[in-house]
Design a protein around this ligand. Structure first.
Ligand code: NAD
Length: 281
């Protein structure tokens, strides 16, 4: 079982949304040190107030899509003798347009942040974890890894890729008896503002503090997968059992998945990601 208390955790995209909440909860549960990487200096500045009073926090402005910057920041941690016990690969973006509306740069950036960065950072930190015989890597994918709805093509692709890679890594770590755990997280839409404007029929948006709390509980239990809500677990079964058009009917006509992104606006200025940081439930 992974013990949070006394360990060092690194969260990418840790200055907003569920990343910020998980950081707060880790400190409240006795993490010895929290390292927050985020590309946004504004988010970092706003995250200092809720996090600093809770314990030892190091903020670093790192764009995880810049592999050179990631490797340099890892070298700095190693030079400072900071072993990362828990890595939460959380930073992510969504373009939220029809595929034909994507610029080529949108495609490259989404895949670099949502997929490539997780692999490069994990590749850099894993040798230390393996050498110490312990560590935990949490990869935040999405329920979008199990469905393929309009206006999310590149985002869905990036999260499908993460899910495949993450569970392959999990098996490699287990087969080699490394002591390193890997947890893959697949949440439905969360009310953080990242997906502002999204429409959800039948399934309520997930609440950020509940998601953060459940991810940390999954870490403590060394869970392999965390699907939120639990009905998301049924998607692969439905895909296997139903003809594709029947699955389209269930997902799109009944659950409204195909039209869920029609009014997507994404993060807006009035949804300050740091406005609410409730205590660990
Ligand atoms: P958020 O937008 O609130 O926070 C993301 C943070 O990542 C921001 O602080 C942002 O500055 C940072 N970030 C973005 N690009 C970065 C980069 N290149 N380098 C470093 N930091 C970067 O997001 P959230 O809603 O808390 O989502 C967190 C994770 O959960 C993401 O991976 C997202 O894809 C996933 N997820 C979100 C939802 C949802 O509905 N919000 C649903 C399923 C999965």
């Amino acid at each position: 079982m992974t013990q949070i208390s006394g360990g060092t955790a690194l969260i990418t995209g840790g200055a907003s949304g569920i990343g910020l909440l998980m950081g707060r909860m880790l400190l409240e549960r006795g993490a010895a040190q929290l390292i927050v990487w985020d590309a946004s200096t504004a988010n970092i500045e706003a995250a200092r107030a809720p996090l600093d009073p809770l314990g030892a926090v190091v903020f670093d402005q790192v764009d995880v899509s810049d592999t050179g910057a990631v490797l340099a920041a890892v070298s700095q941690l190693e030079a400072g003798g900071t072993p990362v016990d828990l890595l939460i690969n959380n930073a992510g973006i969504v373009v939220g347009k029809p595929f034909l509306g994507h610029e080529h740069a949108d495609i490259d950036r989404a895949l670099a942040i949502n997929t490539g960065a997780l692999m490069h950072l994990t590749r850099a930190l894993l040798p230390g974890m393996v050498a110490r015989g312990q560590g935990h890597v949490v990869n935040i994918a999405s329920a979008a890894a199990l469905v393929s709805n309009p206006n999310m093509s590149v985002y869905a692709a990036s999260k499908w890729a993460v899910t495949g890679w993450s569970d392959s890594l999990r098996q490699e770590m287990e087969r080699a008896g490394t002591g390193v755990r890997v947890t893959t997280v697949l949440p439905y839409y969360i009310d953080t503002g990242m997906f502002e404007g999204v429409r959800s029929r039948l399934i309520p948006l997930l609440q950020p503090q509940d998601v953060a709390h459940r991810i940390l509980r999954a870490v403590e239990r060394d869970a392999v997968f965390l699907h939120m809500p639990a009905i998301v677990r049924l998607l692969p079964l439905l895909r296997g059992l139903l003809p594709t058009r029947a699955l389209d009917f269930v997902l799109n006509r009944i659950f409204g998945v195909a039209s869920s992104m029609d009014d997507f606006r994404g993060r807006t200025a009035d949804r300050n990601p740091n406005a609410t940081a409730p205590k660990d439930p």
